[in-house]
Design a binder for this molecule. Structure first.
Ligand code: XMP
Length: 317
C-alpha cells in the first residue's frame, strides 16, 4: 500500500497527544530531516515541547546557526547546548567504531537527561526511523552497526521514549515533511548520521581531524549541489567526505609533503538499506579534488569511493 502522509500525520498527532498528554517532552533536534519532521509533528499535536540542539563538536559547518534559523521558521522553540568539550574528551583515544558510537549515544542521552531535568520534561522524542533499529540488530537480526539513537541507549533511562517515525523509511519521512509544510531545504536535506562527523573521521577523533572533514564535507556538498543544479549530474541521495587516518606522500612545489587522505562518497539509494555509488562526472571530481587540496592545508590526496552497499556501508564507520 502506498504511503499516505495525511493519514500518517493524523494518526501520529493523536498518538503523540495521548502518549505525552499534559507532560513535557524534549526533542533532540539535530537538524536532519528526521528530527525536524518529528519536532513538527509534536508541535502540530500541541504538546508541551522543548527542542534542544546539542553541539557535539561533530556537526557540519555552521550547523547550529542553520538549524536555529530553520527551527525559527517553523515555529519550534530551540535551545542550543554546547557540549563539544564533553564529547571530544570522552572520545579521546577511542578508535573502534562501535565504541565511538556507544560513547556518543550514551553521552547524548546524558546531556538530554540533564536538559530534561532542568526543563521538567519526562518524555524524550526521537526521530528514529525503521533502518535505524533494523540495522541495530536484535530479534534474530545481526548488528550491522549500532545507530546512535538505538544501540547507544543506556538500559536505564530517566525518560520515556516517543518515536513517531519508527515505522517510516527516509523517503516517507520526506513526504510527511512536505505535507507538514516544512521548508523544502529541510525535507529535501540529505541524511546525516546521528554520531555526525565522528563516523566520517576513520579511527581516533581529534579537533583538528574534525575541522578537516567538516571543511571537506562542505566543499563536496557545495560543489555537488552546484553541479546538480547546473544539470551536470543527477543529485545523489547522499554525498560527503570522510577522512582516513593514515597520511600519504605527495609533492608541493619542490617539497615533499606527508598529508591526510580524503575519501569522496556519493550514493544513490531509496532508504539507505542498500545503495549504489553515484557516477560523478570527471570534471566535477576534478573541481572537488582541487578545491580540497588547495583549501585544506592538511590534505594531500582525494580518492573516490566506488563501492556499493553491500558490501560497504554508506558511512565509513
Ligand atoms: P550506513 O552507513 O549504515 O548508513 O550504510 C545508512 C544511512 O544511515 C545513516 N546513519 C545513521 N543515521 N544514526 C542515524 O540517525 C546513526 O547512528 C547512523 N549511522 C549511519 C547514514 O548516514 C546513511 O544515510
Amino acid at each position: 500500500m502506498p504511503f499516505n502522509p495525511d493519514k500518517f500525520i493524523l494518526s501520529s498527532e493523536k498518538g503523540i497527544k495521548s502518549a505525552v498528554g499534559k507532560e513535557k517532552a524534549i526533542i533532540a533536534l539535530s537538524g536532519g530531516v528526521d528530527s525536524f519532521v518529528a519536532a513538527a509533528l509534536c508541535a502540530k499535536s500541541g504538546i508541551n515541547l522543548q527542542a534542544v540542539f546539542v553541539d557535539t563538536g561533530c556537526m557540519r559547518k555552521d550547523e547550529a546557526k542553520k538549524v536555529k534559523a530553520a527551527a525559527d521558521e517553523v515555529g519550534v522553540h530551540l535551545k542550543i547546548v554546547n557540549a563539544e568539550e564533553q564529547f571530544l574528551s570522552a572520545l579521546a583515544g577511542v578508535d573502534e567504531p562501535e565504541r565511538k558510537r556507544k560513547i556518543i549515544g550514551e553521552l547524548f542521552i546524558r546531556v538530554f537527561e540533564k536538559e530534561a531535568k532542568e526543563s521538567g520534561a519526562t518524555f524524550l522524542v526521537q526521530g528514529t526511523i525503521a533502518p535505524d533499529w533494523i540495522e541495530s540488530g536484535g530479534h534474530g537480526r545481526d548488528t550491522i552497526k549500532s545507530h546512535h539513537n538505538v544501540g547507544g541507549l543506556p538500559a536505564k533511562m530517566g525518560l520515556t521514549l516517543c518515536e513517531p517515525l519508527r515505522e517510516l523509511y527516509k523517503h516517507e519521512v520526506r513526504i510527511a515533511g512536505k505535507s507538514l509544510g516544512l521548508p523544502r531545504y529541510v525535507y529535501e536535506r540529505q541524511p546525516f548520521p546521528g554520531p555526525g562527523l565522528a563516523v566520517r573521521v576513520v579511527g581516533e577523533i581529534t579537533k583538528e581531524k574534525l575541522a578537516i572533514v567538516r571543511e571537506a564535507c562542505d566543499i563536496a556538498e557545495n560543489e555537488i549541489d552546484r553541479a546538480s543544479a547546473e544539470g551536470k549530474m543527477e543529485k545523489p541521495w547522499q554525498y560527503f567526505a570522510a577522512l582516513l587516518p593514515s597520511k600519504t606522500v605527495g609533492v608541493k612545489g619542490d617539497e615533499r609533503s606527508y598529508k591526510f587522505t580524503i575519501v569522496l562518497r556519493a550514493v544513490k539509494s531509496l532508504d539507505g538499506m542498500t545503495a549504489n555509488f553515484s557516477h560523478i562526472p570527471p570534471e566535477v571530481l576534478q573541481v572537488i579534488s582541487t578545491r580540497i587540496t588547495n583549501e585544506i592545508r592538511e590534505v594531500g590526496r582525494v580518492v573516490y569511493d566506488i563501492t556499493n552497499k553491500p558490501p560497504a556501508t554508506i558511512e565509513l564507520e
